[in-house]
Design a protein around this ligand. Sequence first.
Ligand code: ZN
Length: 256
Amino acid sequence: MDDQGMVLYPESTFIINCQGDACVGDVVLFKQRVYDLFNLGGRCSVGPAVGVRSVAGRIVNESYGSAKQQHTFTIEVLWSKGDRPLPPLYPLIIKGRNLYRIKTLRQAWADESERKRKLEEKHARGAQARMERRARISGNKIDNIRPMMCNANNVPGWQEKDVVSSIVLRFKSVLAGLIVGKHLKNLNELRAVSHAQVDVDRDPEDPAHCVVKITGTEHQRQVAISMLNAKTLCRFFANKGNCSNGEQCSFRHHSL
Ligand SMILES: [Zn+2]
């Protein structure tokens, strides 16, 4: 285990669920099963899983093979722990669908809007490639094919996951100050990183609680919820599984 890597990229900083969308530049954390490889007369065979390791790394490359379903990420390992941990700088190649299937967390970018731009470019390239492939198959000229679906803002490439909706979360009112922060610092950060609309208010029916309304796409809501989770979860409870403050504890003893 590389301690330096764990100090520079501590586990607690991986707070955003990748939600099936990752790109070059993401610093990600995930757990993977470890398998034994057997060499059977030149053929490789995979045995049963022999353990689990955590891997933190930076996505340094993404490639699409010519064959179907050969979308892979190359991840430069920052640190790894558990069974047969990988050494730092090890270039781990992982299939895109495998990375998306496991729960992959990432750090927030210093500039999340830059990441958003990169992802949009990537999706646009993907849409273009799919359109060209369809055109080849159907024998149509690409010029004849236009993206058909648009959302309310007329953005091409509309998808189900772009639907904007709201969720309301309740917290003990003592947590409102922490959620909002001094001079709105925390609330502004929450809004800037998640791109969701976030409003904090008193619970009109219960003075002991406040309500946080999050409006945005599924991804934006998920980012905001992850950040609120990290901010308001009781450290004692999260680390040790119990907290001597019990019911009196100001922080949450369950995940959002
Ligand atoms: Zn507690």
